[in-house]
Ligand binder design. Structure first.
Ligand code: ADP
Length: 304
């Protein structure tokens, strides 16, 4: 199975014609409430692709926690190590999207951010027998380092989505422990000082990441596609042509496709193509976790 150690949020999404001003109360023209958080999104997307997956982390002990758990379990995600933290609340994100498609996002990490490396033993059963562990940066960095150390010691490959990049940068040790690092354009610029615009600039950024100890760098360039640099293989995968309506969680679905393809034995170039198809399909549907495609959708797009 794939083990995802990461955040679980409930997203409150409000569609407005324009952002509210201080002191103003406004009616929105549409709203929705759904599962989010990069950990939950990635786990949902892996499950949707038909691969066994466990999500380990924390919710609060509240109504939002049961909503999150029901959604995850409905998709077939193993939630035995998604624990409840009575002292805090389930993570929540308040997302406002205006008519231009711009967004404003406020996040209360809540239970996701309440645990450090001392809580590692609580999550370790999720890694037992895992073929890959997927991490993001919506939990305390000390906990992510502890998980990655354990994974390395047990020869479990680590896929790290450096999102969001912490204010002080990504810890050096995490770079060294990341077998696969998957930054998007913004994160690549924050990590390397290079704005990746095309294959040449993305490969220059990848070289800097390799110097920091990253084994495989996969740079997500949104609608421009993706560049990968693995030991003995590098290249560019052009974007699949789709009608994008909502790019939320495209990166999470991309990572889920990449992990699923890698644990099922695809070589890097082919795994990145599967991932790019997953990311592209995610943009054709609204929502975060709900936007994830099935393997049948992915195969159909790749054959088209
Ligand atoms: P993030 O969501 O982390 O910002 P990106 O926006 O870079 O990540 O999207 C991840 C991947 O999904 C891209 O590298 C690409 O393969 C695919 N993708 C994203 N947007 C599009 C699009 N408009 N058309 C086709 N593929 C896309």
């Amino acid at each position: 199975h794939i083990a995802v150690i990461g955040s679980t949020n409930i997203d409150f999404v409000m569609h407005v014609t324009r952002f509210a001003r201080p002191g103003e109360t406004m009616h929105v023209h549409a709203s929705s409430t759904g599962l989010g958080g990069k950990g939950a999104n990635q786990a949902m997307a892996v499950a949707r692709l038909g691969q066994a997956v466990a999500l380990a982390g924390w919710t609060g002990r509240d109504m939002l926690a049961s909503m999150a758990r029901t959604t995850l379990e409905g998709a077939g995600v193993d939630t035995r190590w998604l624990l409840e933290d009575a002292a805090t609340g389930t993570g929540r994100a308040f997302i406002t999207i205006n008519r231009a498609g711009e967004n404003q996002i406020l996040v209360d990490g809540g239970a996701n951010m309440a645990h450090t490396d001392t809580s590692l033993p609580l999550l370790l059963p999720a890694l037992d027998g895992a073929g890959m562990v997927m991490l993001q940066m919506e939990m305390d960095p000390t906990l992510m380092i502890a998980v990655a150390r354990h994974a390395r010691a047990h020869a479990i490959p680590v896929m790290l989505d450096p999102a969001p990049v912490p204010a002080g940068g990504l810890p050096d040790e995490l770079c060294r422990l990341a077998d696969i690092l998957t930054p998007n354009e913004r994160e690549t610029a924050a990590l390397t000082g290079i704005e990746p615009k095309d294959e040449t600039t993305a490969l220059a950024a990848a070289r800097i990441l390799h110097e920091r100890g990253v084994s495989t760098a996969i740079i997500k360039l949104g609608h421009r596609g993706v560049v990968y640099s693995a030991p003995g293989a590098q290249g560019f995968i052009p974007p699949f042509r789709v009608h994008a309506i909502d790019t939320v969680a495209a990166g999470d679905c991309f990572n889920a496709g990449l992990a699923t393809a890698m644990v099922t034995g695809h070589p890097p170039a082919q795994a990145v193509r599967v991932a790019a198809a997953c990311g592209a399909l995610a943009t054709t549907r609204a929502g975060a976790a709900q936007a994830a495609p099935t393997m049948a959708d992915v195969t159909a797009l790749m054959a088209a």
